[in-house]
Design a protein around this ligand. Structure first.
Ligand SMILES: NC(=O)c1ccc[n+]([C@@H]2O[C@H](COP(=O)([O-])OP(=O)(O)OC[C@H]3O[C@@H](n4cnc5c(N)ncnc54)[C@H](O)[C@@H]3O)[C@@H](O)[C@H]2O)c1
Length: 278
């Protein structure tokens, strides 16, 4: 393929599968949230972009670029502050915006330390963002949607770290909790016709989390990784049967499928976007 063909192949298809749907995305200023927002906007969705970081406006501009009809809205809240989350949903409702789809994706990796050295304050912070935050946003999304009587779907971002990644005690525990929380929410929300699934990415890049984990694993003594970042990156890739890290858009594609009506009979499921890494 020439460069133009490559560029065209990389564009999300504007086939309108999400026309008339409104998706709220948390962590929308980050790498995976942004890639997913652009993909869903390109597929016809209205997007509501949430984060505490400034980058949501950039994501909004990118969504409008792929599809002028996406009409991106932005909302700033910390997922750990329930009152702010509640107000954000109430404000959106007052503006006539009710999301029927949720990509519940904001997250924090935390420190990299052996469990004997792990700081309890950081441990609590990771669980607060990755577990309590996911729960709180899901709760207010569902309450708001149920009040309208419409069906919907949720995808929570877990991680392959749910199996227990070295030096990542808090993150691994938090992502295992997201998988369990997803299954409970799927049961609780099934009577309201709201499906709840999760995605578990493994090594995804390029991006902030990939760079950070390579650098911090190299800086944290362990029998599992070298102290040289380049070697750590190679060790991580060697653990993946497909022998590469996944792209941001490959995570977005799994989220797009789970949120779409193509997944209408799938709930309480975790899709591993891992290149075969377990
Ligand atoms: N990138 C990877 O390799 C990878 C692998 C597995 C899972 N994940 C998960 O994917 C999700 C997105 O990660 P990413 O790679 O895009 O990382 P990222 O750091 O680029 O994005 C995370 C976003 O979450 C936001 N956020 C953090 N705390 C918040 C809070 N309290 N309130 C509101 N927003 C908050 C940040 O501002 C940031 O924009 C996370 O849940 C992460 O754990 C990422």
């Amino acid at each position: 393929m020439n460069d133009t063909a490559n560029e065209r192949a990389d564009q999300p298809r504007a086939n309108g599968r999400f026309a008339g749907r409104t998706v709220l995305i948390t962590g929308a200023a980050g790498d995976i949230g942004r890639a997913t927002a652009v993909r869903l906007a390109g597929d016809g969705a209205h997007v509501v972009l949430a984060d505490i970081a400034d980058g949501i406006e950039t994501t909004a501009a990118m969504c409008a670029d792929v599809n002028a009809a996406a009409e991106p809205a932005t909302v700033a809240f910390d997922v750990t502050h329930e009152i702010d989350v509640q107000r954000a949903f109430e404000d959106l409702s007052a503006q006539g915006i009710t999301a029927d789809l949720l990509f519940n994706n904001a997250g924090y990796q935390g420190d990299f330390e052996n469990v004997v050295d792990y700081d309890a304050t950081d441990f609590r912070r990771v669980l607060e963002i990755n577990v309590t935050g996911v729960f709180v946003v899901m709760k207010w999304f569902a309450r708001t949607l149920i009040a309208t009587g419409r069906p919907g779907a949720i995808v929570n971002t877990a991680s392959m770290a749910h199996g227990g990644a070295p030096n990542m005690a808090a993150y691994s525990a938090s992502k295992a909790a997201v998988v369990a929380l997803t299954k409970t929410a799927a049961k609780d929300l099934a009577p309201a016709s709201i499906r709840v699934n999760s995605v578990s990415p493994a090594f995804i890049g390029p991006g902030h989390m990939w760079d950070r984990q390579v650098e911090l694993q190299a800086g944290t003594p362990s029998q599992y990784f070298s102290d040289e970042p380049d070697e750590v990156a190679a060790q991580m890739i060697a653990a993946v049967p497909l022998r590469r890290y996944g792209s941001l858009d490959e995570v977005a594609a799994a989220v797009q499928f789970l949120l779409s009506d193509d997944a209408s009979y799938i709930t309480a499921f975790d899709i591993q976007v891992s290149g075969g890494a377990t």
